[in-house]
Structure formats: structure tokens, C-alpha cells
Design a protein around this ligand. Structure first.
Ligand code: ZN
Length: 149
């Protein structure tokens, strides 16, 4: 059975500094993504899916390494982000997938359409391949990011 890796965006240490992601009011993107992840993981497991939760204290690069050390070709890895910004044009739902992989492109489009159907207020921003693996970490600011799996 394929595994699903879910990473809550931010929360780890980047360049020696704790990365909370976008902050507003008395919460952070990292805290909210952890809360969402903690709701999603048991829901998926209750449907019989094999879901692994990436530890919250890892940096983006460490998260990718953690996933890549455990993934198989049929697995899927997602990192969720709030996609928040003070710039309205930068808000919305985005999905990134592995470049030159039509299967993952289709998966990304299905996921994006499902999110937009459930939350139609979200503007649809992007469907784009991730950069090569060497720079995947920089793509983790995207709303959803596929890893090597
Ligand atoms: Zn983010």
C-alpha cells in the first residue's frame, strides 16, 4: 500500500532561527498547519490509508531528507501551507508537482480542484512543476509541495 507523507509547513529551524511562517494575531502559520495536519492524519488513517506525519521540528531540508529516506516510488508526499500573505495577489491555493511527471501533475490538479471546490473563496494561483530537487527547499513556501516520492 502506498504511503502518504504529510508535513505541516514551517515550525522547524531555518538558518538557526525558528521559522513560524506567516504570523497574524496570536497564531502562526506553523501552529495552524500543525492543527490542520493533526485533523487530517487521523481522518485519513480512519479510511485505512497509511499516513506518516513528518516531525514538526525539522527544517525544510531535513523534512525532505526524512521523507526521502522512507518513501517508495508509489508514495505521495504533501506539505501544507497557509498560503497567507499581506499581498492579496499572493494569496490563494497553489499546487506544485514533480517536473516532467504527468501522473503527479494530474494528482496535483485533482487536489487543487478538490480544495477549490470545498473552499471556493480561495483564488487559484498556480499549477507548476517544482524546481529540480536541489532547490526543492525553496519551493516549500508553496501551498502544497510534492517531494521526490
Ligand atoms: Zn508557508
Amino acid at each position: 500500500m502506498a504511503q502518504i507523507f504529510i508535513s505541516a509547513g514551517h515550525g522547524g529551524t531555518e538558518n538557526g532561527v525558528l521559522d513560524p511562517g506567516f504570523s497574524t494575531g496570536n497564531t502562526t502559520e506553523a501552529a495552524e498547519m500543525i492543527r490542520i495536519r493533526d485533523l487530517v492524519v487521523p481522518e485519513l488513517r480512519s479510511r485505512g490509508l497509511n499516513v506518516l506525519s513528518v516531525p514538526d521540528d525539522l527544517s525544510a531540508a531535513q523534512s525532505i531528507d526524512w521523507i526521502n529516506a522512507r518513501c517508495r516510488i508509489e508514495d505521495v508526499a504533501l506539505e501544507i501551507h497557509g498560503g497567507a500573505s499581506n499581498t492579496p495577489a499572493a494569496r490563494g491555493a497553489s499546487v506544485f508537482y514533480i517536473a516532467n511527471n504527468e501522473t503527479r501533475k494530474t494528482h496535483g490538479e485533482v487536489l487543487l480542484l478538490a480544495v477549490l471546490r470545498r473552499v471556493p473563496q480561495l483564488p487559484s494561483r498556480a499549477r507548476a512543476p517544482t524546481p529540480p530537487l536541489a532547490s526543492v527547499a525553496s519551493a516549500l513556501s508553496a501551498a502544497l509541495t510534492a517531494h521526490r516520492c
